[in-house]
Ligand binder design. Structure first.
Ligand SMILES: [Cu+2]
Length: 147
């Protein structure tokens, strides 16, 4: 039996690339910049950013905010004080059926958002924590962060 696999002849000629020596400081700098960019990328995509918009406190201590519904929720992260009532006013201008509903799983509430209207929901985040909300298909997301 003959083998069909024949190793190619080794070419021991000049290498395809040659090493260009660089000063150590430059090597350290390039490595450091590369690592910093990796860390920045991880932070950007995976990190928890402390952002969010604080809901303003209105009458009777109800924390209120208007959320524009157009391609997403804006703002998508709302910061409130825990243990106080919250009124979210969703103003939907996006005709996409995707955002016709908003679901609050932690409160077991679902809100229909008619197009071109502002629809309110009142919630009571009794304990500190994040209370996510999303569209009916869980594609567009936001979060109520109680502190
Ligand atoms: Cu959706």
């Amino acid at each position: 039996m003959t083998s069909l696999c024949v190793a190619p002849p080794l070419v021991l000629a000049a290498p395809l690339w040659r090493t260009i020596p660089q000063p150590l400081a430059l090597q350290v700098l390039v490595t450091a910049v590369g690592l910093a960019l990796i860390v920045a990328e991880l932070w950007w995509f995976l990190g928890r950013h402390g952002g969010g918009v604080v809901a303003s406190e209105g009458e009777q201590g109800v924390q209120e905010i208007t959320i524009a519904v157009a391609g997403g929720y804006s703002p998508s992260q709302i910061r409130v004080k825990a243990g106080r009532p919250v009124r979210l006013r969703f103003h939907r201008t996006d005709p996409s059926g995707c955002v016709a509903q908003v679901v609050f799983p932690d409160f077991q509430r679902t809100l229909d958002l008619p197009l071109g209207a502002t629809t309110s929901i009142e919630l009571l985040p009794s304990r500190p924590g994040a209370y996510p909300f999303h569209c009916g298909m869980n594609m567009v997301r936001g979060s109520l962060v109680a502190e």
